[in-house]
Ligand binder design. Structure first.
Ligand SMILES: C[S@@+](CC[C@H](N)C(=O)[O-])C[C@H]1O[C@@H](n2cnc3c(N)ncnc32)[C@H](O)[C@@H]1O
Length: 326
């Protein structure tokens, strides 16, 4: 469906008030364009490692909102303009002009499905639930993933780097006859793809965390789709780095393998905490590291006497670093 897009020219100082006013009118999903750099708080939980270089903030901003073409757009625009005139009484909203255009189809949540087809990562076949196992892939370990709004179709280089490392170390552990079942900690689980891969490749249990509460629902659906249970895979919404409840729920010295495919700064902040949750000899598989940040992550591991470096692997511009707790 094509939507009507309306763009208001305003000021950066008025953006918060304008957004709140639009929200009160029932407008959802606004888009803000300005030259104000993102703060550390803004980027927390986002998959952004390198921030774009922006021209200096000139105080100008554009706020866009979308209306369905079948809705009474004229009436809504009257209410928007009234609301802007009220705001103008106590803040500088700038020109306040509204331009109109028509958007592309905005069914983002479903559109990605058109581009998601089965593919393999070595002996693993990753496919959406609505696709059949393709000819020639019958002997592969199938993983069904419908990520919905959570990250993790398996197509990203960082996810593939982690899957390969999980397969490798699970195989080594199983061959070594690790007793009592292999326990995996999956930090930043997204769709659950890495934890599900671990279970399919022989792990006994997964404990997973994510900051995004969409992940909990996405993991639940993907577990059902793979005939796995929540007794095998527990997902908690929260931050292992600084949330004592999440840290306690994860438990100390419990895991044979931890995996985190997030971002270099998060891996650096996380590594000290991961050590205490891993068993001695446990493996920590990381990715989400862009090649320009590889040295920083290696140095952080190098400063932590708990870890020894095992491997560095690369795919495209992305890096995996795997370490072992001594
Ligand atoms: C790149 S996605 C990885 C998803 C999936 N594990 C994969 O490999 O495809 C990173 C995920 O980490 C989550 N995240 C970011 N910072 C986090 C943190 N401090 N603790 C837990 N999850 C975090 C994000 O919400 C996102 O779902």
């Amino acid at each position: 469906m094509k939507w009507k897009k309306y763009t208001l020219s305003t000021t950066t100082a008025a953006v918060d008030l304008v957004s709140a006013a639009f929200s009160e009118l029932g407008i959802e999903g606004i888009e803000i364009e300005d030259h104000v750099p993102l703060s550390e708080q803004d980027t927390k939980g986002m998959f952004i490692d390198i921030l774009p270089e922006l021209p200096p903030d000139d105080g100008r901003a554009r706020v866009s909102f979308y209306l369905e073409p079948e809705s009474d757009t004229e009436e809504m625009l009257v209410r928007v303009r009234e609301s802007l005139e009220e705001l103008r009484l106590f803040t500088d909203i700038g020109p306040g002009e509204i331009s109109e255009s028509e958007t592309e189809d905005r069914d983002w949540i479903n559109n990605w499905k058109t581009f998601f087809h089965p593919f393999t990562v070595d002996d693993i076949l990753i496919k959406p639930s609505w696709e059949q196992i393709p000819a020639g892939a019958e002997g592969k370990t199938p993983i069904q993933i419908d990520p919905g709004t959570a990250f993790g179709t398996g197509a990203h280089e960082t996810t593939q780097l982690c899957i390969r490392q999980l397969a490798k170390y699970l195989k080594i552990m199983r061959a070594a006859g690790v007793r009592d079942g292999i326990e995996v900690l999956d930090v930043g689980t997204g769709s659950g793809i890495l934890g599900i891969a671990a279970l399919k490749l022989g792990a006994a249990h997964v404990f997973a965390t994510d900051l995004d509460d969409n992940a909990v629902e996405a993991v639940g659906e993907n577990l059902r789709s793979n005939a796995l249970t929540e007794a095998q895979f527990r997902t908690v919404c929260g931050n292992l780095i600084d949330d004592a409840e999440v840290q306690a729920a994860a438990g100390d010295e419990r895991y044979d393998i931890a995996v985190a495919n997030i971002l270099a700064p998060v891996i650096i902040a996380l590594q000290g905490e991961i050590a205490r949750h891993l068993k001695h000899g446990g493996i920590f598989i990381t990715s989400g590291i862009i090649d320009t940040k590889e040295d920083e992550v290696r140095e952080a591991f190098g400063r932590n006497p708990e870890f020894e470096l095992l491997e560095v692997n690369r795919q495209g511009e992305w890096v995996n670093i795997t370490v072992r707790r001594r």
